[in-house]
Design a protein around this ligand. Structure first.
Ligand code: SF4
Length: 112
C-alpha cells in the first residue's frame, strides 16, 4: 500500500483548488468581455431615437431640450445594477450597458 506524505497531500490539495477555481476565473473574464461587447452603441436606432450619448457633454442641447446640467445615467431612476461602475444596465435598453456619465432623453431623477 502506497503512503501519502504531507507534501503529496498539499500538492493534491493545491491542484484541486486550482481546478475548482478555473470555472470561476473563466466566468469572470468572459463577463468582462460580455460587458464590453454589450455597451450600447449611440448610433443604434433605439439609442439614437432617445439621443443617447456616452458622456453628457456630448448632448446636442438644441435637439434635446429636456437635458439639464447634472443629469447622467448614474443618477437616473432607470439605471440598474452597480451605479458606481463605469458601465451598468438600463431598463430602457435591455441587454445593453450604458455609461456612468451617459445620458438619454428618458432620464428620470433617481429617488432615494
Ligand atoms: S434611461 Fe437613464 S440610465 Fe438609461 S440611458 Fe437614459 S439616462 Fe441613462
Amino acid at each position: 500500500m502506497k503512503t501519502c506524505s504531507r507534501r503529496d497531500l498539499f500538492k493534491y490539495l493545491g491542484a484541486g483548488s486550482l481546478a475548482l477555481m478555473l470555472p470561476t476565473l473563466s466566468r469572470l473574464s468572459s463577463g468582462q468581455a460580455w460587458a464590453q461587447d454589450n455597451q450600447l452603441d449611440p448610433a443604434s436606432p433605439q439609442a439614437a431615437a432617445l439621443g443617447y450619448v456616452h458622456h453628457f457633454e456630448e448632448v446636442d442641447r438644441e435637439t434635446w431640450t429636456r437635458y439639464a446640467p447634472g443629469q447622467m445615467c448614474s443618477n437616473c431612476q432607470l439605471a440598474q445594477g452597480d451605479l458606481s461602475a463605469d458601465w451598468f444596465n438600463c431598463a430602457i435598453f435591455p441587454g445593453k450597458q450604458v455609461a456612468k456619465e451617459g445620458w438619454c432623453n428618458a432620464w428620470v431623477q433617481r429617488q432615494g
